[in-house]
Design a protein around this ligand. Structure first.
Ligand code: GUN
Length: 283
């Protein structure tokens, strides 16, 4: 079997084209969606992600502003900035780029953002709403993965989804979203004994491990759908995922590549959430 590639770059472009039309209409009605991104410190990877978010926002007509704070910023300073942004009616979405410097507690910051402006979908209120299946801001990477599966009409109901990774940003919420779609979900992680025994039973395998090419073809069931969330930079500078792509292509039915897979979808879903926030559809 040769797998079909789910091209996240192309799908994200399609979504941006649709969003551009919607934003144009909103602007004609006098509503310009506005995303404010807060970047603390000088992490080069964070800076690069933030640039990608600004560029994508501008392409669809969403206004964005970047607030850059020094590495030495205190938690109180950041929290008081967030309070100001929460009450500023011109701002619809707030994104504080993670990770934060070590003197700042991330959870305090996440919980300070108004749930109505939480376009990352990280606030416990929004996580709770996701768990109960209410309409809310979904975390962008899991939302992007779900959208990729739906774009190919891949059946989720009744399927066995195995998630490798249990981060708050990806692993936990992607399992929840697939459960909401009636999949049977298994979470695996660094302490899982005999990982392969689980992954070999997966109809949908989501790899969010952070280790280059860790998932070789022997971990994959024939005909499985393989979603690669990894972004690993090799010594030669090349980006690669958590999945051995060539091996997966021979065994799976669908595979997401890295690059041009989940990454571009994450940013597209952030824009979707920003439009939703501007329309006041999640509070
Ligand atoms: N750092 C890495 N991924 C993310 C994300 O999705 N949102 C934020 N705010 N920070 C991140």
């Amino acid at each position: 079997m040769t797998a079909e590639i789910i091209n996240g770059k192309d799908l994200a472009q399609e979504l941006r084209n649709e969003m551009k039309e919607e934003v144009t209409e909103l602007i004609q009605k006098g509503l310009t969606p506005h995303l404010t991104v807060v970047l603390v410190g000088d992490n080069p990877a964070s800076r690069s992600y933030v640039r990608g978010k600004e560029k994508a926002a501008s392409e669809v007509g969403i206004e964005s502003s970047l607030i850059e704070l020094p590495e030495s910023t205190s938690e109180d300073e950041l929290l008081s900035l967030i309070q100001q942004l929460n009450t500023d009616e011109r701002i619809h979405g707030i994104l504080v780029q993670l990770p934060l410097p070590k003197q700042i507690r991330e959870q305090e910051v996440i919980e300070a953002i108004s749930p109505a402006k939480d376009v990352d979908g990280f606030h416990p209120i929004n996580i709770g709403r996701m768990m109960t299946g209410e309409d809310t801001f979904l975390p962008c990477t899991p939302y992007g993965i779900l959208t990729m599966l739906q774009s190919k009409n891949i059946e989720i109901e009744g399927k066995h989804a195995v998630i490798i990774g249990r981060s708050n940003i990806v692993g936990k919420p992607v399992g929840q979203l697939l459960l909401n779609e009636n999949a049977t979900v298994t979470y695996c992680h660094s302490r899982t004994a005999d990982l392969k025994a689980y992954t070999q039973k997966a109809d949908i395998l989501v790899a969010a491990i952070g280790r280059a090419n860790a998932i070789t073809s022997d971990y994959i069931k024939e005909g499985a759908v393989v979603i690669d969330v990894g972004i690993n930079r090799l010594d030669n500078g090349k980006l690669t995922g958590d999945v051995d792509f060539a091996g997966a292509m021979k065994k799976a039915s669908y595979v997401t590549p890295v690059p041009k897979g989940v990454g571009p979808m994450t940013i597209a879903m952030l824009l979707k959430n920003t439009i939703k926030a501007a329309k006041g559809l999640a509070s």
